[in-house]
Design a protein around this ligand. Sequence first.
Ligand SMILES: CC(C)(COP(=O)(O)OP(=O)(O)OC[C@H]1O[C@@H](n2cnc3c(N)ncnc32)[C@H](O)[C@@H]1OP(=O)(O)O)[C@@H](O)C(=O)NCCC(=O)NCCS
Length: 155
Amino acid sequence: MEDRVYIRPATRDEMRALVQLIDQSIRLTNANDYSPDVINRTCLLFTEEKLVECFFRRDVFVAVEGLMIVGTISLGSGKVQNFFVAPNSQKQGIGEELLNHVEAHAIEIGLMELGVSSSITAMPYYRKRGYKLLHFEEKDDGSTWALVKSIQKKN
Ligand SMILES: CC(C)(COP(=O)(O)OP(=O)(O)OC[C@H]1O[C@@H](n2cnc3c(N)ncnc32)[C@H](O)[C@@H]1OP(=O)(O)O)[C@@H](O)C(=O)NCCC(=O)NCCS
């Protein structure tokens, strides 16, 4: 990853910018794996109001490049949540930096394992990074794969 990209906790004011990033990411990156109807319904779930609500319940991080937010990830209920990188910034290692960051944070707060309900699109991505497949979760608003990874503090 380029040095100019760094990861930090998000601020409440940034939830509006995340709406657009998440919308683009779902429409461009997840579109091959879900019907247009499911894509539209999923996008409608990520309103500013919903993200602000999540902001107060989860630990939300952003990847920043210059003045732009190029990615986001959250930790909530022992799970990786809302993991998205802007389409133009994908395949540069920003996702991996975000995932490593949230795993380190999870270890820091004492978690022993980390779960995720992964998009069909991202399931191979998690498997390559040590997440074990549990089961398929069939849902009207976008089916997902449940995965889990044991995480431990390195001495
Ligand atoms: C999943 C997601 C967050 C990954 O973000 P990303 O920034 O593209 O992730 P990375 O750059 O770390 O890795 C993506 C691929 O690019 C490769 N890559 C990384 N740096 C690269 C580089 N400089 N040149 C070429 N390829 C590169 C990685 O090896 C990886 O391929 P692999 O999975 O086959 O190993 C992103 O694809 C996304 O937003 N998807 C849509 C939303 C989604 O499904 N999110 C998951 C919800 S659970």
